[in-house]
Design a protein around this ligand. Sequence first.
Ligand SMILES: Nc1ncnc2c1ncn2[C@@H]1O[C@H](COP(=O)(O)OP(=O)(O)OP(=O)(O)O)[C@@H](O)[C@H]1O
Ligand SMILES: [Mg+2]
Length: 352
Amino acid sequence: MNWQLLFNNYFHLVNKFLPQSQQKPVIGFDIGTSSVKAVEIRNTQEGSFEIQRWALEPIEGLDTKAALKRLFSRMNIKDQVPVTSVSGKGTLIRYIDMPRLTIEELRKSIVYEIDKYFPFDPQTIYTDCYIIDPKDKEKKMSVLVVATKKELVDERIKLFKEVGLELTCVTTNSIATANAFERLVKVQDPAGARAILDIGGSVSNLMILDKNHSPRFTRDIFIGSQDISNQISNILGVNLAKAEELKRSPGDKLNEIVQASEASVENLIGEIHLSFDYFITEKNLPVDDLFLVGGGALFKGIEKTFEKSLNMPVKIWNPLTDLRLAPEVASSDINSFSSQLGVAIGLALTKV
Ligand SMILES: Nc1ncnc2c1ncn2[C@@H]1O[C@H](COP(=O)(O)OP(=O)(O)OP(=O)(O)O)[C@@H](O)[C@H]1O
Ligand SMILES: [Mg+2]
């Protein structure tokens, strides 16, 4: 599937006012709630992708700008193309079936229907749409429509301006993850659908892709790895910093930590279950497997809990597996953050 159309046209209202550049390396900036991440990817002459630079900075005391400044000072940013994404409250993706139109016709017609699809005042959102099956001969087509609160995108543009960078493209986290998956994952396509769950600090983004890796369902679930830390802290009676440390390095306390975290992990799994049930009924398509990514996927053994409860194959997706590293990039450093870089990698793979 060609994501170029989507990314090129994404938030074209915003893009129109931003300078465009060609053939330059792209840097993806993932502004999370726990940390900010950046990855720069170069397309090598042999046609593979190579990480040139990367950085991750934790956000301390909710000060995203300070974390972004630290990140900038480590990244040597010159003329690369900066791309970022937004997620969570104020962003929504809908999938609708419509009579077949060209993308231009679709854009014009959807404006009049936007309030049918989103619970937002149309004046307050940026929207864009994408035809999922442009080559199908069917009379009907599947369309992805995305909306984000203007303030969310505008604030992001302002934040980057304040640290000295003009953004080129803004998309959503789930689209970025799906883009990374589509471009990197070569494992055999299942007969049914395949799900990816990005477990972040406070939000988890669920995407269900069809066998062509085209997105068919998206949902943001407001449960994340911080909830797991809170739960460990409550159950074991330790402070949050200690709970966080135990979650990251459980050592010989693994069983105790897994047990303590059970309720919050099961909460998240319950939401995934509901989404799968809805999807299977609505689309009449089974979900064959699930890939976990995001910092939350680094919690030891989490995929086993998912696998047992959902009764399906669950794997950790390491987006670095299919990428080369430039000689300056130490694999031992980047590998310990592998799962946290999925969104930034998807953004860095944007064709601008
Ligand atoms: N080695 C590890 N083991 C277990 N959990 C980890 C590990 N490393 C990071 N985490 C957890 O991952 C979470 C951060 O993940 P991530 O960087 O994907 O979140 P984010 O993108 O900042 O947040 P969000 O997507 O919710 O805005 C934190 O809650 C942290 O505790
Ligand atoms: Mg995230």
